[in-house]
Design a binder for this molecule. Structure first.
Ligand SMILES: [Fe+2]
Ligand SMILES: [Fe+2]
Length: 179
């Protein structure tokens, strides 16, 4: 049995001085998504605060998915080791888009909030699956230089597609840090 990879330890060990690795960037985004989901589900938040947090969550999901698919997934999808996990990821992303569309069509605000909260459960499950299965498997079979190369591509797209007012999650990191 292989030793389980601790993603937190793995990303903490990466230095700020070199190009950022893809896993570190993905995890930074997942952390941001989880903090936004927490705001959407918070008992203390008002209905309008929840709607606002969800807007930011949706924008962040769009940008994250675009970057994840067009860098990470695109470059590893043909590899038989990752093929099934990546294609499940693609399909889950499509389901998420459908759900966003459905939530937009609900005019009753209380029902919309309820559906937003259910969506958060699904998103959490998706992030968990990537972190438990795909990321550790990729770390095991990839070189650090590959992870950095994919990381740079991810960051480029993530920054370009970020439609929120803030540079948070992976988008707070800079491209091509000095080696
Ligand atoms: Fe994903
Ligand atoms: Fe992800």
């Amino acid at each position: 049995m292989n030793k389980k990879i601790n993603l937190k330890e793995f990303t903490d060990h990466q230095t700020q001085a070199s190009a950022h690795g893809i896993i570190k960037l993905l995890i930074a985004d997942h952390k941001l998504l989880r903090s936004l989901m927490k705001k959407v589900k918070s008992n203390k938040a008002t209905q309008s605060q929840k709607l606002l947090s969800f807007k930011e969550l949706e924008k962040t999901v769009h940008s994250h998915v675009k970057a994840e698919e067009n860098s990470f997934f695109k470059l590893i999808k043909e590899n038989p080791t990752f093929h099934d996990m990546v294609f499940e990821g693609y399909e889950e992303h499509r389901v998420h888009e459908t759900i966003f569309g459905g939530i937009h069509r609900v005019s009753d605000k209380a029902r919309r909030v309820q559906q937003m909260e259910i969506y958060c459960e699904m998103l959490d499950h998706h992030l968990h699956e990537e972190e438990e299965d795909l990321f550790p498997c990729f770390i095991k079979y990839s070189a650090r230089s590959t992870r950095r190369k994919i990381g740079q591509k991810f960051l480029e797209i993530r920054k370009k597609t970020n439609k929120t007012k803030n540079e948070r999650g992976a988008s707070r990191f800079s491209l091509n840090p000095t080696p």
